[in-house]
Design a protein around this ligand. Structure first.
Ligand SMILES: *Cc1c(COP(=O)(O)O)cnc(C)c1O
Length: 397
C-alpha cells in the first residue's frame, strides 16, 4: 500500500452510537470495544475462559451472571459488545459460523412467511432457503437486486425479510441498501444485510436503514483464515432478536471461547488491515484492467464498474475482493490458477494471504458464475509482488 495516502474511510463519518461516544472512530472502537483488564489478575490481554460451568453463590446467584457456557461466556460477551459497537447496533449475537447466523434469521420466521434474496447471494444462503427452509414452509424469491423495481414486483404482504448482500459474490455487484430497506419497510419486512465483504469499516448498513447486519466473521473480521464464526447485529432489541438469541443459546449455535478470543484479537487490527486490502486491491485491479489477456475486471473501485456510483455513496472504500474474466474461456481461467505462485488456489477470503478460485467449479450445477471467471481475495502482500506474479502467469497466456 502507498503509505502517503490517507485511507478514505479515515475522513468518513464516525461510527454511530452504540456503547461508545458517538465521535469515537472505528480504529479506536476496534482496539477498545469489549476490552477491559482482567479484574482477577490485571492481565491486559483477556484470558480464555474454558470453564463450561460457573459456581453458584450461597444466596443462589452467580457473581458475574454466568451459569453455563452455552448460555453465556465472558469471551463471547466481550465479542458481542465489540460487534455491536463496530456496527453501531443496540445488540449483537455471536454464532459458530456465518451460516449459523443466517440460519437463525430464517429460524426466527414462521411457516408461510416470505423472504426475498439476491439471485447472486452467497450460495449457502440460497441453499438454506431451497434445501432446508422450503420444507418448513418458508417461501422465497431470488431476484436481481440491482433492479429495485424487480424487487418491488415480488414484495407481498407476507414478505418478512429482504436479504441484501453487497458487494455480492462473485461479480462484486453493488446494490442500494437505503432504497431496498425503504422498500422492505413498506410491508413491515426487515432488511437484513450480509456485510461480510465490506465489513463495518467500509459500510454501516444500520445507518443506511437496515434492521439487521449479518457477518461471516470467518473472513475479514477474523482476518487470518484460522477461525469460523458468524454474528448478527441488530439496530434495536425486540421479539425477533429474542428468537434469534433462542437459536444461539437454546439451539446451541455458539462459537467456542477460543474462537471468540481469536476473533476479538483479529478485530483489533481490522481497520488497518482493511485499509491495506483496499489499497492493494485498487492497485491490482488497475493493473489487470490494463492487461490484454483479461476480458473484464469486476471491482467497484473502477469507474467502469456498474456499481461504482452507489459504492461511492454507500461505502468509504472498495474492499479487497474482485473477480476477473479471461479471454480463452474456462481452460484459460484454470490455467492461470495453475501458473500463479503467490496466490493460493483455495476458497474463502479476507485472510492475510491472497487467494484465487474458479467459482463455477465450487458452486456446482446451480452456479450462475461465468465459466471464465476467477475470484481473487487480495491479501496483505506487497502489491508489486502480486502484480509480478499475475503478470508472469498471464504472459504465458
Ligand atoms: C463465507 C460467507 C458466508 C458463510 O459463512 P461461514 O462462516 O462460512 O458459514 C456467508 N456470506 C458470505 C458473503 C460469505 O462470504
Amino acid at each position: 500500500m502507498s503509505h502517503q495516502d490517507t485511507p478514505r474511510y479515515l475522513a468518513a463519518s464516525p461510527a454511530p452510537g452504540g456503547l461508545f461516544a458517538p465521535r469515537m472512530r472505528i480504529e479506536t472502537l476496534a482496539v477498545h470495544a469489549g476490552h477491559a483488564a482482567d479484574p482477577s489478575t490485571g492481565a491486559v490481554t483477556p484470558p480464555i475462559h474454558l470453564s463450561t460451568t460457573f459456581e453458584r453463590d450461597l444466596d443462589g446467584g452467580f457473581r458475574a451472571g454466568h451459569v453455563y457456557a452455552r448460555t453465556s461466556n465472558p469471551n463471547r460477551d466481550a465479542l458481542e459488545e465489540a460487534m455491536a459497537a463496530l456496527e453501531g447496533g443496540a445488540t449483537a449475537i455471536a454464532y459458530g459460523s456465518g451460516s449459523a447466523a443466517t440460519m437463525s434469521v430464517f429460524q426466527a420466521l414462521s411457516p408461510g412467511d416470505h423472504v426475498i434474496a439476491p439471485h447472486d447471494a452467497y450460495y449457502g444462503t440460497l441453499r438454506q432457503l431451497r434445501e432446508i427452509f422450503a420444507r418448513w414452509g418458508l417461501e422465497h424469491d431470488a431476484v436481481d437486486m440491482t433492479d429495485v423495481d424487480a424487487v418491488a414486483r415480488v414484495v407481498r404482504p407476507e414478505t418478512r425479510v429482504v436479504w441484501v448482500e453487497t458487494p455480492s459474490n462473485p461479480l462484486v455487484r453493488v446494490v442500494d441498501i437505503a432504497r431496498l430497506a425503504d422498500l422492505a419497510h413498506t410491508v413491515g419486512a426487515r432488511c437484513v444485510v450480509d456485510n461480510t465483504w465490506a465489513t463495518p469499516v467500509l459500510q454501516r448498513p444500520l445507518g443506511l436503514g437496515a434492521d439487521l447486519v449479518m457477518h461471516s466473521t470467518t473472513k475479514y473480521l477474523g482476518g487470518h483464515s484460522d477461525l469460523l464464526g458468524g454474528a448478527i447485529v441488530a439496530k434495536s432489541d425486540g421479539d425477533f432478536v429474542e428468537r434469534m438469541r433462542l437459536t444461539q443459546r437454546v439451539g446451541g449455535a455458539i462459537p467456542s471461547p477460543f474462537d471468540c478470543w481469536l476473533l476479538l484479537r483479529g478485530i483489533r487490527t481490522l481497520p488497518w488491515r482493511i485499509a491495506a486490502h483496499c489499497s492493494n486491491a485498487m492497485t491490482v485491479a488497475r493493473y489487470l484492467e490494463s492487461n490484454r489477456a483479461v476480458e473484464a475486471v469486476h471491482y467497484p473501485g473502477l469507474e467502469s464498474h456498474s456499481g461504482h456510483e452507489i459504492a461511492m455513496r454507500q461505502m468509504s472504500d472498495f474492499g479487497g475482493m474482485m473477480s476477473i474474466q479471461l479471454h480463452g474461456g474456462e481452460a484459460a481461467a484454470m490455467a492461470l490458477t495453475h501458473r500463479v505462485k503467490l496466490f493460493t488456489r483455495a476458497t474463502s477470503l479476507g485472510g492475510t494471504e491472497s487467494l484465487i478460485e474458479h467459482r463455477r467449479s465450487v458452486e456446482g450445477p446451480t452456479s450462475i458464475s461465468p465459466e471464465n471467471l476467477l475470484r481473487l481475495s487480495i491479501g496483505l502482500e506487497h502489491p508489486d509482488d502480486l502484480i509480478e506474479d499475475l503478470d508472469e502467469a498471464l504472459r504465458a497466456h
